[in-house]
Design a protein around this ligand. Structure first.
Ligand SMILES: C=C1C[C@]23C[C@H]1CC[C@H]2[C@]1(C)CCC[C@@](C)(C(=O)O)[C@H]1[C@@H]3C(=O)O
Ligand SMILES: O=C(O)CCC(=O)C(=O)O
Ligand SMILES: [Fe+2]
Length: 387
């Protein structure tokens, strides 16, 4: 696609385009168009340093939650110890016997498939508005002009405060009544994810020597972000990334990936693949929980590579505290040195949605940009791939 080739104007942010000439250059992440292109548009090409390949797999123990849910103290201690070892190192672990109905997971994947197969004009009718994390995005082409991720996403918020059904209402409002059933599938999925996330918060507290209910109470009235990721097959998978190297700025991520594989974690100073386990859920620590642990636990550095032959899908549930709550480590972790100043999730979220593309150093950059916050010098959380 040469730089002036007219493309059907489906750019998700036409108002950002100044004139007809600009509009003709608007990049469209419409895979039916892009997959016919002889070469990858330059906007999707990532720096070599981010494209280092790996054949390694991270063989972390699976954390079996069955005994913990049964109230077995020995099994709870074992689970907390596995979680502690993983979170002191790279911030990533997988759980089995998590209690999430696998039929519900299947339904969520099926409805995600149906959504991403919609005509691009329909998807763009639900496009993300500037400053919001919710809605449809094609390669984030409305937000960035280089290092575009080879993916489509659809994101929405969840509160689970027992008042109304925000997910059902969102799907009906942005996609119409035909999507009410899809809304219910994701409403139930998010309810299940919230229950699991609060259980994991108990295990994290136990593993950190924090009062067992502290984090559960901190997140009980939180709002969360649900994101469906769709990674189309790519002719030149070695030149682009589905999701670039980053730490989630959120607190905890619970992710289900399909059987294709592509999620990689930067651990033991190298990229390592995460073998898909259909009955397991991937859980990783985000920047906000790293701060809640005063830096004891590491925000997980990860990325997603894409495949030449197969589309890949993942469902990511991002746990967040109520937006105005002050993020501060609890006793006994709140001792000097404080590695991070107090902040609120609403400020950090706004920073990632309006000023800064979340990457490997989001938190440090956030504190530097909020000088009033940087009363302490944040410690580097772990070596980055390019160091
Ligand atoms: C608060 C969020 C911003 C992102 C979605 C959630 C948690 C993960 C963030 C993200 C995936 C990190 C990599 C860059 C990003 C722009 C992306 O590739 O989607 C991030 C998300 C976002 O800002 O939309
Ligand atoms: O799709 C994946 O496996 C990872 C996606 C991810 O890291 C994210 O959406 O934050
Ligand atoms: Fe992520």
């Amino acid at each position: 696609m040469d730089s002036n080739s007219p493309t059907l104007l489906l750019c998700s942010s036409p108002y950002q385009l100044k004139d007809e000439r600009e509009k003709k250059k608007a990049l469209v992440f419409d895979t039916s168009l892009l997959l016919k292109q002889p070469s990858l548009p330059t906007q999707f090409i990532w720096p070599h340093g981010d494209l280092v390949t790996t054949q390694e797999e991270l063989n972390e123990p699976l954390v079996d939650l069955e005994g913990f849910f049964r109230g077995d103290m020995a099994a709870t201690t074992t689970a907390a110890e596995f979680i502690r070892a993983a979170c002191l190192s790279h911030g990533f672990f997988q759980v089995t016997n998590h209690g999430i109905d696998l039929g519900l997971v299947r339904a969520a994947h099926d409805h995600m498939d149906a959504f991403f197969k919609l005509p691009i004009t329909k998807k763009l009718s639900a496009r993300r508005k500037p400053g919001s994390v919710c809605g449809y995005s094609g390669a984030h082409a409305d937000r960035y002009s280089s290092k575009l991720p080879w993916k489509e996403t659809f994101s929405f918020g969840y509160h689970g405060d027992g008042h109304g059904h925000v997910v059902v209402d969102y799907f009906k409002s942005v996609l119409g009544g035909d999507f009410e059933e899809t809304g219910w599938v994701y409403e139930k999925y998010c309810e299940a994810m919230k229950r699991l996330s609060l259980a994991v918060m108990e295990l994290l507290a136990i593993s950190l020597g924090v009062e067992r209910s502290h984090y559960r109470k901190f997140f009980e009235d939180g709002s969360s972000i649900m994101r469906c990721n769709y990674y189309p097959p790519c002719h030149e998978p070695g030149l682009t990334l589905g999701t670039g190297p980053h730490c989630d700025p959120t607190s905890l991520t619970i992710l289900h990936q399909d059987e294709v594989g592509g999620l990689q974690v930067f651990a033991n100073n190298k990229w390592q693949g995460i073998r898909p386990l259909p009955n397991a859920l991937v859980i990783n620590i985000g920047d906000t929980f790293m701060a809640l642990s005063n830096g004891r636990y590491k925000s997980c550095l990860h990325r997603a590579v894409v495949s030449r032959e197969r589309a890949r899908r993942s469902l990511a549930y991002f746990v967040c505290p109520k937006e105005d709550k002050v993020v501060r480590p609890p006793p006994p972790l709140d001792v000097a040195p404080r590695n991070y100043p107090d902040f609120t999730w609403s400020d950090l979220l706004r920073f990632t949605q309006t000023h800064y593309r979340a990457d490997v150093t989001t938190l440090q950059t956030f504190f530097r940009s909020h000088l009033s916050l940087s009363t302490t010098s944040p410690s580097p959380h772990h070596p980055t791939p390019n160091n």
